[in-house]
Design a protein around this ligand. Structure first.
Ligand code: TDO
Length: 181
């Protein structure tokens, strides 16, 4: 298992050891020892979402008493996954990191509290699994528009293919939110 730092401090890509044989493969998706050694711990909830190609979910964060760090990965299908640093004192404030996560590479991304997160499903039948460090808490939810020019995220696929929830279509710009981070 490799813990690979990214250009944004705190964001880490985890590459598992994939044990392949004639039956298929085996990977450890989470192991408390190496993860906690890298400061990744405290999970209280596991989530799973299913998306069709073109579904865009984001950009979301959960702040407050139940602020969430997220350990995200794809079980089946493929996504363009994005995390945006909104930690006000960070030297990389406003910058984003993107990565392709899929069922084949089995990579995970650790997103600490203080980031917006979102993804675009690039294939039908995409299963997206994640562990979070805070219980779901509607009062702590915040979000920013996926197409906020300040974020300047270059999403793959044509924008007219996107399937976005009514809630996410109405999100404000980053400069309009009261940022608790
Ligand atoms: C996130 C969440 C949602 N829900 C419910 C609320 C709602 O009725 C329904 C769908 O919720 P949403 O529309 O917020 O789901 P979704 O847009 O998939 O939200 C997720 O997006 C990605 C990008 C993230 O980073 C996640 O943390 C989360 O915010 O599920 C829970 O019960 N528990 C949860 O932890």
């Amino acid at each position: 298992m490799n813990f690979v730092p990214t250009p944004i401090p705190g964001l880490v890509v985890i590459e598992p050891q994939i044990w392949k044989d004639e039956r298929g493969f085996f990977i450890e998706t989470y192991n408390e020892k190496p993860f906690s050694t890298h400061g990744i711990s405290g999970f209280v909830q596991d989530n799973l979402s299913y998306s069709h190609r073109g579904v865009l979910r984001g950009m979301h964060a959960q702040a407050g008493d139940n602020a969430q760090g997220k350990l995200v990965r794809v079980l089946r299908g493929r996504v363009f996954d994005v995390a945006v640093d909104i930690r006000k004192s960070s030297s990389t404030y406003g910058k984003h990191f993107s990565i392709i996560l899929d069922g084949e590479n089995a990579k995970s991304l650790w997103i600490p509290p203080g980031f917006l997160h979102g993804f675009l499903a690039l294939e039908d039948d995409t299963l997206f699994a994640y562990k979070v460090t805070g219980f779901y808490d509607k009062s702590g939810e915040l979000g920013v528009r996926w197409d906020d020019p300040e974020l300047a995220i270059e999403w793959p696929l044509r924008h007219d293919e996107f399937i976005i929830s009514a809630k996410d279509r109405q999100l404000p710009l980053l400069k309009e939110i009261s940022n608790p981070f």
